[in-house]
Design a protein around this ligand. Structure first.
Ligand SMILES: Cc1cc2nc3c(=O)[nH]c(=O)nc-3n(C[C@H](O)[C@H](O)[C@H](O)COP(=O)(O)O)c2cc1C
Length: 263
């Protein structure tokens, strides 16, 4: 994928890449991506995050299952895991005889937002360097198992991650909902039913066609007997039971990692 000439043009050209060549990412390119990542705004400039760079094949093999068997974890040469991290800061507070209240859910949210801002800065930088990326929702869903494999100490929780490498595909741009369905000027304007239908109209057709063109998904859709795209989302892809299981993982790990103690 050729690097686009200006920053907004390259943002507008973003596509998730799921097929990779094995070529390693040169150290100087990785360094630039990480430097761009940590330039992100950060709450109080506390930088309450850590980035785990995983290149080791054996480790990526161990991470493959908690990343829900997504082969790009093995195929792409680099996996970045962005963690909400108050561990470092809290160690420093202890060493400095300073008070520490970073053991509650608000602290987690502050750190998680910091981590996600870094991840997106790094993602855009990687794309500007001509690399491809694809986020992995499994990072949060299975944060407990991934945290154990990455040997995270207390007060550290993985929240976002992506693979990065040289693309071996040039996927088409995915649609976005129209801006007027996403943006509210001055205050929120609750849309009426027609406006909701209009917002999703094009996606309903194009999205349905896209899923029907994927044999594995088509089979699951037919087996589930669903009739429209909205039903695909919640009957096939993101079920209540699946969400409940992942919510349990995340809450359990937040508790284990000491982010619910002050609540
Ligand atoms: C937080 C997050 C998690 C994601 N997880 C996955 C994933 O596990 N597997 C995957 O193939 N794509 C994943 N994606 C990529 C989305 O499917 C993709 O961004 C979306 O379909 C829009 O496509 P585009 O990025 O090519 O524009 C994730 C994206 C985000 C932001």
């Amino acid at each position: 994928m050729a690097a686009a000439p200006d920053p907004i043009a390259h943002m507008l050209a973003h596509r998730s890449v799921r097929r990779y060549r094995p070529d390693p990412v040169p150290d100087h390119v990785l360094h630039r991506v990480l430097e761009a990542g940590v330039r992100a705004s950060s709450s109080g400039n506390m930088q309450a995050y850590s980035i785990v760079v995983t290149r080791d094949r054996a480790l990526r093999e161990r991470l493959h299952a908690p990343h829900m068997g997504q082969d790009m974890v093995l195929d792409a040469p680099v996996l970045l895991t962005f963690c909400a991290d108050f561990h470092r800061m809290r160690r420093w507070l202890a060493l400095s005889d300073a008070e520490d209240g970073f053991d509650d859910f608000f602290a987690f949210m502050v750190a998680a937002i910091d981590a996600v801002l870094v991840s997106q800065n790094a993602a855009l930088a990687a794309e500007a360097e001509g690399l491809g990326i694809c986020y992995l929702g499994s990072t949060l869903a299975n944060c407990d198992e991934i945290g154990r494999i990455l040997e995270l100490p207390k007060s550290v929780v993985p929240v976002a991650g992506f693979v990065m490498g040289t693309p071996a595909e040039d996927p088409p741009l995915r649609d976005r909902l129209p801006l007027d369905g996403l943006v509210h000027f001055e205050t929120y304007h609750d849309p009426d039913d027609d406006a909701i239908r209009a917002t999703y109209r094009e996606r309903e057709t194009a999205g349905w066609a896209r899923y029907m063109a994927m044999p594995e998904l088509r089979e699951r859709v037919e087996a589930a007997g669903v009739r429209n795209l909205a039903q695909i989302y919640t009957t096939v892809k993101y079920t209540r039971a699946g969400y409940a299981r992942y919510a349990e993982n995340v809450l359990g790990y937040l508790r284990a990692q000491g982010f619910l103690e002050g609540n």
